[in-house]
Design a protein around this ligand. Structure first.
Ligand code: NAD
Length: 387
């Protein structure tokens, strides 16, 4: 079958996300399945150009996967006519200038979230991409997780009746790095390097709420740094200046209240690392990364508060499991395939740099709420085109 090559710069490919989720689990996985099949019988074939700062690391990754195209010279890669897409998985603080250069070079843009460190920069990128006429997209992988796909199915099928509230619990213990190595990069804990759990996670909560439940209209947040000292990749002690936990209330359209705890200083007593409980007049659901459980109004028990006797009911056993009913692919890969179709066939792709900017906006307003100790409304994004 004929391959239709599509050149893709993968910048930040030596990082956790760039390597594992985007190169290996998405672009190389697409090649292993034989490319993305198109209606004319050809197959879209990603040709990754690995870009980063370290020759040795790039060469090692390329050799491990039988690839030959890598460079530390981004500007030269952007000049290549056989490259159509620029993808960015660098640390957040490096993103804006690289994406801007790629837009100026006329490349289509696909990027990790957050799309920039602040709202003005995020909006600037969306405007620049529109003005240049290039296509653009942002990673919103949580929407493609099996658990959240099932939750979305429940909402679209009217299972909940009127949705009342959402409570989200995200987090796990990130080791300080002294007696056991930290399992996340140290820049995540330094404000000056673009770290912080609000900047990292609130863009995710924004699209999950907006696209599955309802748009967010106001936020009240408390952000804090529970663990003030950590040890970096080289074992060197440093001051953790970024927030590592945030406790937020979001007000959504329709009077829905979403309350989400995000923390890298919490120990897991849950079934999954993130879980969202949605309560509605007709039923409730608890969705995680993979699973989703429901309890219908008609199957709701009637607990009676009595601290004098041990719990008589096994509350967890009273929920039903939502079946898969379909095969779920890796979420990053599923979204990559949609983006490639968007670039080549103009297929719809709503997760653009404007959607990314709305996520950055919510994170920024949440930080403002935390700083000022007050509720902050979320205004429409100035300059966003009406669609
Ligand atoms: N979609 C998701 O679920 C998800 C999850 C984690 C991280 N992310 C995002 O992905 C991006 C990368 O995060 P990560 O966890 O892979 O980080 P990482 O530290 O593992 O990787 C960072 C990459 O950026 C490169 N880089 C470029 N300039 C750098 C500099 N000056 N200092 C340090 N590194 C530099 C590194 O070489 C590396 O390739 C971030 O923007 C983050 O917000 C998204």
């Amino acid at each position: 079958m004929e391959h239709r090559p599509i050149g893709i710069i993968v910048n930040g490919v030596t990082g956790r996300m760039g390597y594992r989720q985007h190169l290996v689990r998405s672009l190389l996985a697409i090649r292993e399945q034989g490319g993305v099949p198109l209606a004319d019988g050809t197959r879209l074939w990603p040709e990754p150009v690995l870009v980063g700062r370290s020759e040795a690391k790039l060469r090692e990754i390329a050799e491990r996967h039988g690839l030959t195209d890598w460079t530390t010279d981004l500007a030269a890669a952007l000049e290549r006519p056989d490259v159509q897409i620029y993808f960015d998985a660098q640390i957040t603080s490096q993103r804006e200038k690289a994406v801007r250069a790629a837009i100026e070079a006329g490349k289509h843009i696909y990027t990790e979230k957050p799309t920039a460190e602040d709202l003005a920069a995020a909006v600037g990128l969306a405007q620049a991409a529109d003005a240049a006429g290039v296509k653009h997209g942002v990673v919103q992988d949580k929407l493609f997780l099996p658990g959240l796909r099932k939750l979305d199915r429940l909402v679209k099928g009217g299972f909940f009746g009127r949705i009342l509230s959402v409570r989200g619990e995200f987090g796990y213990w990130v080791f300080e790095g002294d007696w056991q190595a930290a399992q996340r990069p140290s820049w995540n804990y330094r404000a000056a390097d673009g770290g912080g759990i609000v900047t990292d996670m609130f863009p995710h909560w924004h699209y999950v709420l907006e696209q599955i439940v309802a748009p967010v209209r106001a936020v009240t947040a408390h952000a804090t740094t529970h663990i003030p000292r950590r040890w970096d990749e080289k074992g060197k002690e440093y001051a953790a200046t970024a927030d590592d936990a945030a406790y937020a209330i979001f007000e959504l359209d329709g009077g829905i209240v979403a309350q989400i705890n995000s923390s890298w200083a919490v120990r897991v007593y849950r079934d999954e690392l993130v879980e969202f409980q949605v309560d509605g007049t007709e039923g409730s659901a608890v969705a995680g990364l993979r699973n989703c459980r429901i309890q219908h109004r008609a199957a709701t028990p009637k607990p009676v508060w009595n601290p004098d006797v041990p719990a008589t009911e096994d509350f967890r056993a009273q929920w039903q499991t939502v079946p898969d009913n379909e095969d779920f692919d890796n979420g990053f890969k599923a979204q990559w395939e949609l983006f490639l179709r968007h670039v080549v066939l103009d297929a719809p792709f709503p997760w653009d740099l404007w959607a990314g900017a709305r996520g950055v906006q919510l994170a920024e307003l949440a930080l403002q709420s935390a700083r000022e100790g007050r509720r902050v409304e979320v205004p429409p994004l100035a300059g966003e085109p009406v669609r």
